[in-house]
Design a protein around this ligand. Structure first.
Ligand code: PMV
Length: 319
């Protein structure tokens, strides 16, 4: 059986995080500069002491120090679930001995969709290796089930953007709508270096919403209309209009309680250095912020947000 490799990009949410969990639209785009790569290769069966272990499926992810038989992975863990979902889908009780190697350049727990990208890359590579490549729809559906482990009650936006690797106007439980970008634009992604699991912020917003449904419903609705206006601005070829919309969206994320002093500092630094708009991106409380910039000013604005505490910056062209 020949080895099979698959990759999946990172993603950023441009507009609509959190509100999207409650059925409002959100916009997200792939970030192809960072990727997960999964390679599945056949594994020789070795007899003797190691025989039993060698016969199974082995998972290696050097970036997180994982080197373990698949069957020994923590039940309920995401990698175990992603691999298991492929075997279950293909009705395989005795998978052939193989090694799954996963490497990634996507920062973990920072709003860049690393969890979804790991699932998508593993699911695709394993299904391909086993001779049954799966269509995008099924890859995304399986990755969504794994996302539930990461996120609790995910909207499905991460697995969708990462699977299709296209800009997506996402509404939960509706058919996926990818869209085209007539006028490319430049986004800076600034990393606070603070790891913040999305499951926690999503859970906190849910609690706050339950305690004060009217207030939160109003905020979510406002964010939903920002996402709609943003799609219009992009599709009509006026990406600069996204700047003020980002600022507005960030304000509502602050109101939801998912920003943090570190995120606000980077957002303000970007604006002061000339960004057209800026906001946190993803679950919040840490992770990343994004800023819309003129291409020629990107380096200077990256420098400004690094001075304000960013531990990493990515410049990406959205097209
Ligand atoms: O933290 P991220 O980028 O994986 O995105 C989370 C987006 C939320 O809207 C907060 C949750 C979701 O499932 O949509």
């Amino acid at each position: 059986m020949p080895a099979f490799t698959s990759t999946a990009p990172g993603k950023i949410i441009l507009f609509g995080e959190h509100a999207v969990v409650y059925g409002y639209p959100a916009l997200a785009v792939p970030v192809t500069k960072v990727r997960v790569r999964a390679t599945v290769s056949a594994r020789a069966i070795v007899s003797g002491d190691m025989g039993e272990e060698s016969a199974g499926v082995h998972v290696i992810a050097p970036g997180i120090g994982l080197d373990s038989p698949w069957s020994a992975l923590k039940p309920g863990g995401a990698v175990r679930a992603a691999v298991g979902s492929v075997f279950a889908t293909l009705g395989m009780s005795q998978p052939p001995p193989c090694t799954i190697k996963v490497t990634s350049t996507i920062p973990i727990a920072s709003g860049l969709g690393s969890g979804a990208a790991v699932s998508v890359a593993i699911i695709r590579a394993l299904a391909g290796f086993l001779g049954h490549p799966l269509p995008n729809e099924q890859v995304s559906a399986l990755a969504y089930e794994v996302e539930k482990i990461h996120h609790g009650t995910p909207s499905g936006i991460d697995n969708t953007v990462v699977t299709y690797a296209k800009p997506v106007f996402f509404v939960k439980d509706q058919p996926i709508a990818t869209f085209t970008i007539p006028q490319p634009f430049t986004i800076i992604i600034g990393d606070t270096g603070i790891s913040s699991p999305t499951k926690e912020t999503v859970g906190d917003v849910r609690q706050a919403w339950q305690a004060n449904p009217e207030r939160y419903q109003r905020i979510f609705a406002a964010v939903g209309s920002i996402a709609k206006s943003a799609r219009q601005a992009i599709e009509s070829g006026h990406p600069k209009r996204l700047g003020p919309l980002m600022d507005e969206n960030h304000y509502f994320l602050q109101e939801m309680g998912v920003s943090s002093p570190e995120l606000d500092r980077l957002v303000n630094a970007a604006r002061e250095a000339g960004a057209l708009g800026a906001k946190l991106s993803g679950g919040g409380r840490g992770g990343n912020m994004i800023a819309l910039v003129e291409e020629g000013e990107a380096d200077a604005i990256c420098l400004a947000i690094r001075k304000a505490g960013a531990v990493g910056t990515i410049i990406t062209q959205v097209k």
